[in-house]
Design a protein around this ligand. Sequence first.
Ligand SMILES: NC(=O)C1=CN([C@@H]2O[C@H](COP(=O)(O)OP(=O)(O)OC[C@H]3O[C@@H](n4cnc5c(N)ncnc54)[C@H](OP(=O)(O)O)[C@@H]3O)[C@@H](O)[C@H]2O)C=CC1
Ligand SMILES: CC(=O)N[C@@H](CCC(=O)OP(=O)(O)O)C(=O)O
Length: 342
Amino acid sequence: MAVRAAVAGASGYAGGEVLRLLLAHPEVEIGALTGNSNAGQRLGALQPHLLPLAGRVLAETTPEALAGHDVVFLALPHGQSAAVAEQLGPDVLVIDMGADFRLKDPADWERFYGSPHAGTWPYGLPELPGARAALEGSKRVAVPGCYPTAVSLALFPAYAAGLVGPEAVIVAASGTSGAGKAPKPHLLGSEVMGSMSPYGVGGGHRHTPEMIQNLSAVAGEPVRVSFTPTLAPMPRGILATCSASAAAGVTADSVRAAYEKAYADEPFVHLLPEGQWPATASVHGSNAVQVQVAYDAAVGRVIAISAIDNLTKGTAGGAVQSMNIALGLPETTGLSTIGVAP
Ligand SMILES: NC(=O)C1=CN([C@@H]2O[C@H](COP(=O)(O)OP(=O)(O)OC[C@H]3O[C@@H](n4cnc5c(N)ncnc54)[C@H](OP(=O)(O)O)[C@@H]3O)[C@@H](O)[C@H]2O)C=CC1
Ligand SMILES: CC(=O)N[C@@H](CCC(=O)OP(=O)(O)O)C(=O)O
């Protein structure tokens, strides 16, 4: 019998991307689609690329509209998911693509999001050690932020193998869809086209504690993170350039071996052949992650770089991958590693 899935926030970028993937998922039947300011609108007017759903009309995001489904995806602004989730029964698989249930430490949540902490759910980054076991059979999933997905997959093998020290320096470029569909002055075409600019500099970005949480768990000791996001003139994609000082005795070969071991059996993470570097264009629309690593002997640092599509592996693809695990389906069902190029 088909898995019946509802999507709350179907008019937004993350909601649109999860619908694109669910349309190609052989086990899923798409149920209710809900919005907020766009409730009552035809999906075809809002997400014209989702042709098979063009005639569907968005309902208000209410418990009644979302009732009667096996899975509910919440693609809502931060802070909106908890109130909706608590109205859904314990037998429904609720997959939150927002930030509400990602962080373990309430103090981190309050500092970066400025509201009371709603709780912590199993974390939907299956590649992290122990994550799959926590997702199997779970009825609640917190999908990671897009930058933490890219950064954690670039760096965790180095921490797991004890190759690097406890301070990571990260500069990541994101496409503009990462900021959502709601209009914002800094996202005007005339501000973004032909320009790159940093934001959230100096430890202020809300994804910093999520990266620290992931890397510290793998390292077994507190990891400090200096994270600088930048906005790039492209609709999709994240390129994360990460480095940390190498531990004594580290060599280019030992770094390579650690990454080969970590990713040998991962269906979505592709450790590139030596000399080839990740590029966002190669993972456009795909759930693949490109990773490359190098040892810079001149400064004694390990450099790890990853590329993801922020909307696919960075949110909706990670959500579907986690759904598959939670429901006991093959993890790769409905997900492609084939990109769109050029
Ligand atoms: N964009 C990205 O790359 C990523 C996004 N995410 C997360 O996914 C979530 C959605 O982001 P994104 O799609 O980019 O944002 P968008 O702004 O594109 O979409 C937001 C969606 O939420 C709905 N919405 C807005 N306000 C409310 C409200 N008060 N109550 C209920 N629904 C509301 C909107 O409905 P309407 O249009 O009808 O008003 C719309 O469907 C966020 O939590 C974001 O952090 C996670 C990882 C990556
Ligand atoms: C370019 C851009 O603005 N990106 C967003 C991150 C989007 C994202 O995926 O994070 P969440 O899931 O936590 O919203 C930002 O920096 O806030």
